[in-house]
Design a protein around this ligand. Structure first.
Ligand SMILES: N[C@@H](CCC(=O)N[C@@H](CS)C(=O)NCC(=O)O)C(=O)O
Length: 216
């Protein structure tokens, strides 16, 4: 059953505003016009938070009696519970294209670009930890491949496998915010016009502007 009651601000997202995954969940709420509170005053590994997310990660979500963890789970719940523009196309091939990109993002792209490069280069120093340069060097061929594939994809269609922005774009833009300011990937992105113009289009969206991380 769809619910769209603007007085229901009882959807809570647990997680901090620096996390690209939390940002994707927030973008999903903004795109759907769903009010939410962002709760970040808790410890990740605490029993309190493990009751929301069994692996202690962010984001997690509570809406009334409903609890959901993982960005894809939360975005799917928000998309299918509330009115507003669909985040995933209704047709089989459109949905498959969106999920193919979300799945590739959550596996290959997060492993190489997210954990090996952005985490090492930007997050670790931000939190006072030492960067593992070898991990970045090892990942760079895969990261170059990711950017080549993104550029080819966005030269063929305005969004990831779609004529309109979908959940796939909302996962990818939240990470590309960091890739575009990361010294290892900044020039690579700036040299790919199809990626730059996609980022410009995405950055014009209210949902993206409302969720810019307080970083840098
Ligand atoms: N597969 C998860 C990934 C979430 C994730 O990696 N969150 C990070 C913050 S960006 C986190 O919770 N890190 C702390 C930890 O893993 O203990 C999702 O899609 O929600």
């Amino acid at each position: 059953m769809k619910e769209q009651d603007e007085t229901m601000a009882d959807l809570i997202l647990y997680g901090g505003p620096l996390s690209n995954f939390v940002r994707t969940a927030r973008i999903a709420c903004h795109e759907k016009g769903v009010a939410y509170d962002l709760e970040s005053d808790f410890e990740l590994g605490s029993p309190e938070h493990r009751a929301r997310h069994p692996f202690g990660q962010i984001p997690a979500m509570r809406h009334g009696d409903v609890q959901v963890f993982e960005t894809l789970g939360i975005a799917t719940y928000v998309d299918r519970t509330f009115d507003g523009p669909a985040l995933v196309p209704a047709d089989a091939l459109g949905a498959a294209r969106t999920m193919q990109w979300v799945s590739a993002f959550n596996d290959f792209v997060v492993r190489h670009l997210g954990r090996a490069v952005i985490f090492e280069r930007l997050a670790k120093p931000h939190f006072g930890m030492e960067t593992d340069e070898a991990r970045i060097t090892d990942a760079m061929p895969q990261v170059e491949r990711i950017m080549d594939v993104y550029a080819e994809t966005l030269a063929a269609a305005p969004y990831f496998g779609s004529e309109t922005a979908t959940l796939a774009d909302f996962f990818i833009i939240a990470q590309m915010f960091y890739a575009a300011i990361c010294p290892d990937t900044e020039a690579m992105i700036a040299g790919k016009p199809a990626i730059v113009s996609w980022m410009d289009r995405m950055n014009e969206r209210d949902s993206v502007q409302a969720t810019v991380p307080p970083f840098g």
